[in-house]
Design a protein around this ligand. Structure first.
Ligand code: KG4
Ligand code: ZN
Length: 339
């Protein structure tokens, strides 16, 4: 156990370049993010080559900013870490190459971190008790998974999406509605003015008896609805957003609470970009309180992609005496629990 260690971590799995520093006892002392969302908005989604080129431009100044924020020099860092996957290969390579080069130059260990484990444990960052047993929902742009967490590193996958991730469904439906990328926050904003009961969209697999999800049927139902609108799209937009969002929220909350009951866990955590959704937060808070369950959701800046969650997992692994060889490769398809 080497608890005073300071870890500097890089996150470049998609379109955010991020750097953070974590020190004992799992405290984040610097966290910087440079978003490329506006660059990719022009293309309606993330363009991998554009993303990796922009990571290269952003990463060095961000490392310097993070060190300045923490009042540290590179020589005071005890280990370097980077997200190894899942994500875009060419983007992952940027953060990994920089972190490995820093580790080599300073004679310090390197840690390859799973982005999904970062999301999974983000609700515990800065908490006194650290990682606790729970049922955990990860809802991001690329993943929708339910897990049982027994402790740090001890995870069982209960179920995941069979097709689109929840965030992907938000982004694709937003695109159909003519809203800009990323569509999740846009739908969240417009839905506040809409009637969630205006259109009845399917709650796919809510009662399937397992913990798998499916969002492609819901997406198609919105598409069919667009063909039979009684008024111009602009007039129905808020109601469509609210009704679609309500269906996603019902499915996510319903399945997660069932999983908590089945597993006998009293703590529920929600992580990943979609956990920023205001209606989802509200529904989880209400339904967990009604069911006598404790709820932990990270604040929005730790829910969307960030390096603090990567630094936190790296700090936990380093504290447990773990490190990875510099030869370790990135893995665009890395899963949170090994198959
Ligand atoms: O975790 P994240 O930042 O990146 C991935 O690892 O995928 O999640 C990004 C996803 C996008 O699909 C985005 O539309 C969605 O999170 N998102 C939201 C909200 N904020 C971000 N979805 C619904 N409501 C929001 N407020
Ligand atoms: Zn993510």
């Amino acid at each position: 156990m080497n608890s005073p260690a300071r870890i500097l971590a890089l996150e470049t799995s998609c379109d955010e370049t991020a750097v953070a520093i974590c020190e004992a006892p799992g405290r984040i002392v610097a966290s910087r993010i440079s978003s490329q969302a506006l660059i990719h908005r022009a293309y309606g989604g993330v363009v991998p080559e554009v993303a990796s080129r922009n990571h290269i431009l952003a990463v060095r100044p961000l490392v310097e900013e993070a060190l300045a924020e923490a009042g540290l020099t590179l020589g005071q860092i005890d280990a370097f870490a980077a997200t190894a996957g899942p994500g875009l290969a060419s983007s992952l390579l940027v953060g990994n190459t920089v972190a490995k080069a820093l580790a080599l130059a300073h004679g310090k260990p390197f840690l390859a971190i799973n982005h999904l484990e970062g999301h999974l444990l983000s609700p515990f960052i800065g908490t006194e008790a650290g990682v606790r047993p729970c049922v955990a929902l990860i809802v991001s742009g690329g993943h929708t998974s339910l897990l049982q967490v027994r402790g740090f590193g001890d995870y069982t996958l209960l179920g995941k999406t069979r097709d689109d991730a929840a965030g992907e469904a938000f982004d694709k439906v937003a695109k159909m509605l003519g809203l800009p990328y990323p569509g999740g926050p846009e739908i969240d904003r417009l839905a506040r003015e809409g009637d969630a009961g205006a259109y009845r969209f399917p709650r796919s697999m809510l009662d399937s008896g397992d913990f798998a999800f499916s969002f492609s049927g819901l997406k198609t139902a919105v598409l069919y609805q667009l063909d039979k609108l009684a008024a111009p799209l602009e007039a129905c937009l808020d109601d469509l957003c609210a009704s679609f969002q309500e269906a996603v929220v019902d499915i996510l909350v319903g399945k997660t609470l069932k999983a908590a009951r089945t597993c006998g866990e009293s703590l529920v955590t929600v992580s990943g970009g979609v956990s920023c959704n205001s209606r989802l937060r509200e529904a989880f808070a209400r339904r967990c309180a009604d069911a006598g369950l404790e709820l932990a959701i990270a604040p929005p800046d730790l829910s969307t992609d960030n390096a603090a969650m990567i630094a936190y997992v790296a700090w936990l692994r380093h504290s447990a005496g773990q490190a990875d060889p510099l030869e370790i490769d990135v893995d665009p398809n890395l899963s949170v629990v090994p198959a």
